[in-house]
Unconditional design. Structure first.
Length: 320
C-alpha cells in the first residue's frame, strides 16, 4: 500500500488527476436532520421500509400482491431494483422527495477529515452522489466552487477554479430528477448527457482517483468504452481505487490492467495522508491571487472542454 500510495502522490505532484466520488466518500457525514447519510444497502433498506413495509403494493390486484411483495422483499438490499419497482408502481416523485430529504443540507464528519478535501486544488471532481456534501465543504471554507448539474450544464460560476460535476443528479435541483432506477440509467446513457461526456473527456486525459465506489456503474463504463474505442486516449493514464475492500468482480477487473491500482484505505485515510504529504496551501495562494499573481499550472483551466466547442462556445484563444 505504501509503495502504491507514494506512486499516486508522485503522479499528483506532476499532473492533477480527476476525482470520482462514490457513496463511500460521504460515510460519516450527516444530513440536515442530523441523521447519518444512508450509504449503499442502508439506503435501499430505508426505501424498502418507508414504501413497501407501509403497504405500497396493497393497491395491486390481491391475487398478485403477495407474490410481488415477496419478490420485492428479496431485493430489498438492491438499490437499483428497489427504485425500479417504485417506478413501476408510479412512485418516482415520492421516491425523489424521500431522497432529497435524506441527502440535503449535509454537514461533514465531526472528525474533520472531509474538510481536508480542499487542501488539494482539484480541477475536476465528479460525483455519483446526489448529496450536497462537497458544496458544503467548499462553502464552509469560503472557496469558490463551480457546480455542474442538469440545471447548469457548464457550471454555475466563472470565478471558481474547481469544478464539481454531479452526474446522477443533485438535491439542489431535485426537479431535474435523479439517476437511480434501470430506466434512468438507460436514458442517461442513451441521451448522450453532456455531463457524462465531460466525464469521459476528463477521465481519459488524466489519471483518475476513485473514492468510495467499486466503479460498477454501466453508464460510466459504457461512455468510456465508446471514447476508448474511437482512439480518444493514447496515453497510459492510471486509475487509483481508494477502497477498504474490493469485490471479487473488481479484483478480476484490476488484474486485467497494470494501470488499475488498488490502494487499501477509506476516505479518511486518503484525505489525511494527502493533507500531510501533498496539500497545496490554498490560503497563501488565495492571497497571492488577490495581489495579481498568476500561477502557470492554472493557465490551462480556462481551456474549454471538447463538448463546449461542439456546442459552439466561444474559444478562449485569440490571435494577437
Amino acid at each position: 500500500m505504501e509503495k502504491d500510495f507514494k506512486f499516486l502522490l508522485d503522479r499528483m505532484k506532476q499532473n492533477r488527476p480527476v476525482l470520482l466520488l462514490g457513496a463511500g466518500f460521504s460515510a460519516g457525514a450527516k444530513n440536515g436532520s442530523g441523521e447519518p447519510l444512508p450509504i449503499g444497502w442502508r439506503l435501499s433498506q430505508n426505501l424498502y421500509n418507508h414504501f413497501f413495509e407501509n403497504g405500497v403494493v396493497d393497491d395491486l390486484d390481491p391475487e398478485i400482491s403477495p407474490e410481488i411483495s415477496k419478490e420485492i422483499a428479496n431485493k430489498k438490499d438492491d438499490l437499483k431494483e428497489i427504485c425500479t419497482y417504485l417506478r413501476l408502481l408510479n412512485k418516482v416523485s415520492e421516491r425523489d422527495a424521500f431522497l432529497t430529504q435524506s441527502f440535503q443540507h449535509c454537514q461533514p464528519s465531526c472528525d474533520g477529515f472531509h474538510e481536508k478535501l480542499i487542501n488539494y486544488e482539484w480541477d475536476y471532481i465528479f460525483t455519483l452522489n446526489i448529496d450536497d456534501l462537497v458544496e458544503s465543504i467548499y462553502k464552509r471554507a469560503g472557496i469558490p466552487l463551480s457546480v455542474w448539474d442538469r440545471a447548469h450544464l457548464n457550471g454555475n460560476s466563472t470565478n471558481a477554479t474547481t469544478n464539481l460535476i454531479k452526474l446522477h443528479g443533485s438535491v439542489t435541483v431535485p426537479q431535474k430528477g435523479y439517476v437511480f432506477d434501470s430506466e434512468e440509467y438507460r436514458d442517461f446513457s442513451i441521451d448522450g448527457d453532456s455531463l457524462l461526456k465531460e466525464f469521459a473527456h476528463q477521465a481519459l486525459q488524466h489519471d483518475l482517483i476513485l473514492i468510495g465506489t467499486q466503479f460498477q456503474e454501466e453508464d460510466l463504463k459504457a461512455v468510456l468504452d465508446i471514447y476508448e474505442r474511437s482512439g480518444y486516449s493514447q496515453t497510459p493514464f492510471y486509475r487509483f481505487f481508494i477502497l477498504p475492500n474490493l469485490s471479487g468482480k473488481l479484483k478480476l477487473q484490476l488484474q486485467s490492467s497494470p494501470n488499475n491500482i488498488w490502494i487499501k484505505g477509506d476516505t479518511q485515510t486518503f484525505l489525511e495522508q494527502l493533507n500531510e504529504k501533498i496539500a497545496v496551501p490554498n490560503r497563501e495562494k488565495s492571497f497571492l491571487r488577490e495581489v495579481g499573481a498568476v500561477f502557470l499550472d492554472e493557465l490551462n483551466r480556462n481551456t474549454p472542454s471538447s463538448y463546449d466547442l461542439y456546442k459552439g462556445k466561444q474559444t478562449v484563444y485569440s490571435r494577437r
